[in-house]
Design a protein around this ligand. Structure first.
Ligand SMILES: NC(=O)C1=CN([C@@H]2O[C@H](COP(=O)(O)OP(=O)(O)OC[C@H]3O[C@@H](n4cnc5c(N)ncnc54)[C@H](OP(=O)(O)O)[C@@H]3O)[C@@H](O)[C@H]2O)C=CC1
Ligand SMILES: C[C@H]1O[C@H](OP(=O)(O)OP(=O)(O)OC[C@H]2O[C@@H](n3cnc4c(=O)[nH]c(N)nc43)[C@H](O)[C@@H]2O)[C@@H](O)[C@@H](O)C1=O
Length: 311
């Protein structure tokens, strides 16, 4: 992928797509296609075909998807499976037919079984039952993995599938009903501090463990793998370390500077007990994340405050 390559970043307004665009620009890639959903709805196959015929990208990062936290996935499984199947099926097939040279598909660590051995290796895919709160989303992602692999085998399409762990960073979704845990807790602690509230509610028991990767590190890994990885095998992308939700809540409380109490709402689901990725396949290629969790949350909180100040 030379610096003049024409690169489409689908989902460029999202957490990951935005980070990939920033990283590509920082690395000197200028020839970027970054249509927002209003310009190109990826569920509309005819519009997508016309767009690809007109712009002829050589490389595609697929960071467009219906994404949400545990509650959104649990409440709207029909939306998650329909939108994700449509978006990825259209984008993979249309990219193949338009002659795209290399394609990166993003799955998720939730494709692995709920009780997979820890840390989860790529070989653990399809070895057990899925976590019910996000099984619709996970099945769509598994279909995407199989489609990429099948298009490689039958058509020689150069697609690869990355399995990122839980992501966070600037530009995340802060809607308390739909968001993932880190942006939700940043917002809750910030608002509690501002209003001098006595407590902040965290969902579930606080015992589930999650592995968090900053979106800038994910973007760096995605660009690295676009250039260096070409295999049927999926590849995990994470930091190789995890933390209990209760513990990360205390870390965010400290970073934000809230001095009230933490209260659990155990009517909310815990979800998967643990989903730590085995990242040895990725580290063997020489890639490492740059940001620690504390640095990443501190930077993300500063970006959140800047967004509020600018609004
Ligand atoms: N966030 C996470 O923790 C994780 C994310 N991933 C994967 O990474 C990828 C990116 O996720 P993330 O950046 O977090 O998600 P976001 O929700 O932040 O971004 C998704 C993007 O997709 C766009 N999009 C959604 N539907 C359509 C559509 N019909 N047509 C065109 N664009 C559409 C959205 O546009 P609009 O802004 O207009 O809605 C948005 O820009 C996804 O594949 C996700 O599954 C994997 C593991 C963890
Ligand atoms: C990336 C991944 O994201 C989703 O899975 P998840 O990891 O369970 O997502 P989450 O970030 O929403 O929650 C993580 C943990 O944190 C707890 N928790 C506490 N307090 C809040 C809270 O205030 N909000 C949220 N959302 N969670 C909270 C919550 O109860 C859970 O135990 C998948 O649906 C799937 O889409 C997927 O791939």
């Amino acid at each position: 992928m030379d610096r003049s390559a024409k690169i489409l970043v689908a989902g460029a307004r999202g957490l990951v797509g935005g980070a990939i665009v920033r990283q590509l620009r920082a690395q000197g890639f200028e020839n970027l296609l970054t249509p927002f959903r209003a310009e190109l709805d990826l569920t509309d196959r005819a519009a997508l075909d016309a767009y690809l015929a007109q712009h002829k990208p050589q490389f595609v990062f697929d960071a467009a998807a219906k994404v949400g936290g545990i509650q959104a996935n649990n409440q709207f499984p029909g939306d998650f499976i329909r939108d994700n199947l449509l978006i990825q099926t259209n984008l993979i097939d249309a990219s193949y037919r338009a002659g795209v040279e290399k394609f990166v598909f993003l799955g998720s660590s939730c494709i692995y079984p709920k009780f997979a051995p820890q840390p989860m290796k790529e070989e653990h895919l399809l070895t057990g039952i899925l976590e019910p709160t996000n099984s619709a989303y996970a099945v769509a992602k598994i279909a995407g993995i199989e489609m990429v692999k099948s298009y490689r085998r039958q058509f020689g399409f150069k697609g690869i599938s990355l399995m990122p762990t839980n992501l966070y960073g600037p530009g995340d979704n802060y809607d308390l009903n739909n968001s993932h845990v880190l942006p939700a807790l940043i917002r809750k602690f910030h608002e509690a501090k501002q209003s001098h509230a006595k407590e902040v509610v965290i969902w579930g028991t606080g015992t589930p463990r999650r592995e968090f990767l900053h979106c800038d590190d994910l973007a760096d890994a995605a660009i690295f793998l676009m250039q260096t990885y070409d295999s049927d095998d999926i590849i995990n992308v994470g930091v190789g370390d995890d933390i209990a939700i209760g513990e990360v809540a205390r870390m965010i409380k400290e970073i934000v500077g809230f001095d009230g109490a933490l209260v659990q709402d155990t009517s909310k689901p815990d979800g998967t007990p643990r989903k730590l990725l085995d990242v040895s396949r990725l580290t063997a290629l020489g890639w490492r994340p740059k940001l620690s969790l504390r640095e990443g949350i501190t930077q993300t909180y500063a970006a959140y405050q800047a967004t509020l100040a600018a609004a």
